[in-house]
Design a protein around this ligand. Structure first.
Ligand code: GDP
Ligand code: IMO
Ligand code: MG
Length: 436
């Protein structure tokens, strides 16, 4: 199975980092194809008998697998300061980052993007998106507006300066006249970007070409999404989304590898639901059960530290993720967090103003009004973190997984029972399926 796409099925933080890490040893390239340092992936690894935790933002989680080439694709937006801080942090902990390659077409986040992200959110007040404040939206907006700065622009100072001048001409009017902020100097921005140019130069590649050659050789390439299906700018809960394509199709535009070369799509589905930031969330819990999920699941943002909003599993969303991404395998994560509940509700449909919806409603307003219709599954109390085979799980935990599998319409190939690298049950070989 040479080309595998890995996506989040819900609103992010499903455990994509851990799943990538799990596949990492059998993978030759791991490609980040969308988003930037708005992502936060926590990977927990056992090293010399001790649990070590890594929080990755801009680098693909595959960087932790020694033989894997990490790739930052053209669809990513890069904050160079964050990139080198993350590289230095990993090197200081003994992780080799020397294989990293970066697309010459990826766009760069500059200071004015971060500033605009923050002031726009403040300006929106109650209508804010709840962004991570990392400049992601303004950088993608510039890309679409054709005034973005790309990695390759760092190597022609004349062009870089012209582009920064052109974009600041307009942005400074907005910053000064609308947001009452100080104007940003061209030299400041050019200086900020150029300080990283020489360090970045040896990493810069035509990553699309390299990946194409890797696939020709029969190498295994894993495309790791940031964010998730419902945060996708086209298919998510717009406008409460991020500004990139986080669904499986984004792997193609964000890397320059065509759809005909993709072999399988793995979606990561948390056994319950979380969301960070604003926007509709039908199964959100504002009671003790929500607090239980947040505490037991340690649901605090890896990037911003914000408490995550928590709720029961929603399989209307799960089914939607199967369809939009063409999911071949699901990994259900954090099943252990549900241990100790009398009943585990699954949202199987919505009631929207008296009408039952088995699929996502047509309009966003209806989704805001959606009331969950639950099916209650019996709970379990046994510690499942040491289970490594599906039949070792308590009968009720097995029944929960099988019911979810039936409802989402694609097979559940692995189940997470703890944060550690080995705390996983593999029902079917992930990404190496030969039976379809
Ligand atoms: P990502 O953004 O999708 O990579 O997910 P995050 O890393 O932001 O959040 C997932 C969190 O759940 C991390 O802290 C992981 O260490 C943790 N995690 C992943 N899988 C499991 C699991 O099966 N059980 C438990 N208890 N924690 C898990
Ligand atoms: P990972 O990869 C969860 C959310 C933000 C906000 C919205 C837009 O760790 O799953 P942005 O800064 O992207 O413009 O913010 O998207 N968001 C995430 N939520 N996990 C993420 O990434 C997220 N990346 C962005 O909270 O609601
Ligand atoms: Mg995360």
């Amino acid at each position: 199975m040479p080309a595998i796409v890995l996506v989040g099925a819900q609103w992010g933080d499903e455990g994509k980092g851990k799943a990538t890490d799990l596949l990492g040893s059998g993978v030759d390239y791991v490609v980040k194809f969308n988003g930037g340092n708005n992502a936060g992936h926590t990977v927990v690894i056992e090293k010399n008998g001790k649990r070590e935790k890594y929080a990755l933002h801009l680098l693909p989680s595959g960087i932790l697998s020694p033989n894997c080439v990490p790739v930052i694709g053209n669809g990513v937006v890069i904050d160079l300061g964050v990139l080198f801080e993350e590289i230095d942090g990993l090197e200081a902990r003994g992780v080799d980052t020397s294989k990293l390659i970066v697309s010459s077409n990826a766009h760069l986040i500059a200071d004015y993007h971060r500033t605009l992200d923050k002031v726009t959110e403040r300006f929106l007040g109650k209508r804010r998106i709840g962004t991570t404040g990392r400049g992601i939206g303004p950088t993608y907006a510039d890309k679409m507006n054709r005034v973005g700065i790309r990695v390759q622009d760092l190597y022609d100072e004349g062009i870089l300066r012209q582009k920064v001048e052109a974009t600041l001409d307009f942005k400074n009017q907005v910053l000064v006249k609308i947001y009452n902020r100080r104007a940003i100097e061209v030299d400041e921005v050019v200086g900020e970007l150029l300080q990283y140019a020489e360090r970045l130069r040896p990493m810069m590649r035509d990553t699309s070409l390299e990946l194409s050659r890797a696939l020709d050789r029969g190498d295994t390439v894993l495309f790791e999404a940031g964010q998730a299906t419902l945060l996708d700018v086209d298919h998510g809960t717009y406008p409460f989304v991020t500004s990139s394509n986080a669904v499986s199709a984004g792997a193609c535009t964000g890397s320059g590898v065509p759809p005909t070369r993709i072999d399988s799509v793995i979606a990561i589905l948390k056994a319950y639901t979380t969301r960070v930031g604003e926007g509709p969330f039908p199964t959100e819990l504002h009671d003790d059960s929500g607090e239980f999920l947040r505490k037991t699941g340690a649901e605090f943002g890896t990037t911003t530290g914000r408490p995550r909003r928590c709720g029961w599993l929603d399989v209307v969303i799960g089914r939607y993720a199967t369809r939009i991404n063409g999911v071949t395998d699901f990994v259900i994560t954090k099943l252990d967090v549900l241990t100790g509940l009398d009943t585990v509700p699954i949202c199987v449909a919505y009631d929207v103003d008296g009408v039952r919806h088995d699929e996502m409603p047509l309009g966003q307003s209806d989704f805001h009004h959606a009331q969950p219709i639950y099916e209650d599954m019996p709970g379990w109390w046994e510690d499942i973190s040491t289970c490594r085979r599906f039949d070792e799980l308590p009968a009720n935990a097995q029944a929960y997984v099988l019911r979810v599998e039936e409802l989402i319409g694609a097979r559940v190939s692995a189940i997470g029972v703890g944060p550690g690298r080995d705390e996983i049950i593999e029902r079917f070989p992930l990404g190496r399926n030969t039976d379809r």
